[in-house]
Design a binder for this molecule. Sequence first.
Ligand SMILES: Cc1ncc(COP(=O)(O)O)c(C=O)c1O
Length: 353
Amino acid sequence: MNQPIVDLRSDTVTKPTPAMRRAMYEAEVGDDVYREDPTVNRLQERAAEIFQRQAALFVPSGTMGNQAAIKVHTRHGQEVICEQRAHIFNFEMAMTAAFSGCLARPVWAEDGILTWDLIAPYVRGRSDHRARTGLVSLENTSNLAGGSVYPLEISDDICDRAHAAGLPVHLDGARIFNATVALGRSVVELTRKFDSVMFCLSKGLGAPVGSMLVGSKEFFEEARLVRKMLGGGMRQAGVLAAAGIIAIEESPKRLHIDHANAKFLAQGLAEIPGIKIDPAKVVTNILFLDVSGTGLTSFEISTRLAAQGVLANGVTPETMRMVTHCDVDRDGCARAVQVLREVLSGPHNTTSA
Ligand SMILES: Cc1ncc(COP(=O)(O)O)c(C=O)c1O
C-alpha cells in the first residue's frame, strides 16, 4: 500500500506549508515577555485589525485562550453557561473549576446552537441560595455538534440580552473563519458583539502552533497576566507567530475547499449501508456519522480503517468524527469512502461475535 495516509482525525493534524516554514526560518525575534518580539507584535496587531478590536494576544493553545478569558471575566464561585457539548466543558481538563473556581452550567441545544430562550432560565443574579452567573460562552463553529454554525441574528441576540443582564459573553471561535465562510459574513460581523474572542491558528488555518485572544486593550492586559500565570509567557515566539501571520492572511481564502470536501465525503458516506449521516447538516469541515447499523463499534471501524491508511476517530461506540483540512484533498476523501465501504462489506462481525 503506497498511498498517502488520509488523516481525517482533526484539522489539528495539518503540517506547516512551505511558505510558513520559510517565514519561520526568516522571522525576526525578540523576547515577547518584554513585548519585544517584532513578529509576535505584528501578528497581534494584524489580528486586532482584522477583527477591528483594540488588541489581540498570542497564546500557545486554544485551551489556554479560552481559560484565560474565563478567568478574566469571572470570579470564584460563579457559574459559566455553555452548551452541553462545549469544548470548555468537555475537553479543557475541568479548568473552569480548577483555575477559575467556577461551575460550568451546561445547557443542551439542538445542533449545539443555544438561543437566549434556552439560556435565560439558567441566568442567576444575586441570591441567598444559588451561585451567580458570571459569563456566557458560545462556540462557533460547534465542534462536537458537527461543525454547526450560529446564525448571526441568534448570536447577536444572545450577546445583546446577556449584556442587558450585565453578563459578558466569550466566544470560543476556534473555527470562526469556517463560520465566516459558511455564512458569507465577515469575521467582524460575526464577532463584534462578544466581549472576547478566541480563535485558533493551528486548526483549519494550518499554522503549527497557537491561538489568539481578541478584545479590548483592558482585556488584553488582564489576559496577558493570566497567560503568564499559566506559564504561557513565551520568549522568541516570533518563529511561531511568523506562521500565524501567513495563516490569518492566506488560509481563510481556501476554507471553502475543506467545506466542499466535507460535503462530498458526507454524500459518499450516506450511501454506505449501515451508515447514517445527513449531508445537509454538514455545513463546515466537521462531520459525525452514526455507525450503529454496521454491526461494528466506531472503535473497531477506526482500527480497520487505520490498517488501510485512513485515520478517523470514534467518539462514542456509535459515532465517528471526520474532519477535512488543507492536507486532505478530494481524492483522499473519495478513498476514505471507498475504504470504509470495503471495511464494512468484509467479514466484519468476528470481533464483536
Ligand atoms: C471548539 C474548540 N475550542 C478549543 C479548542 C482547543 O484548542 P487547543 O487544542 O489548541 O487547546 C479546540 C480544539 O480542538 C476546539 O475544537
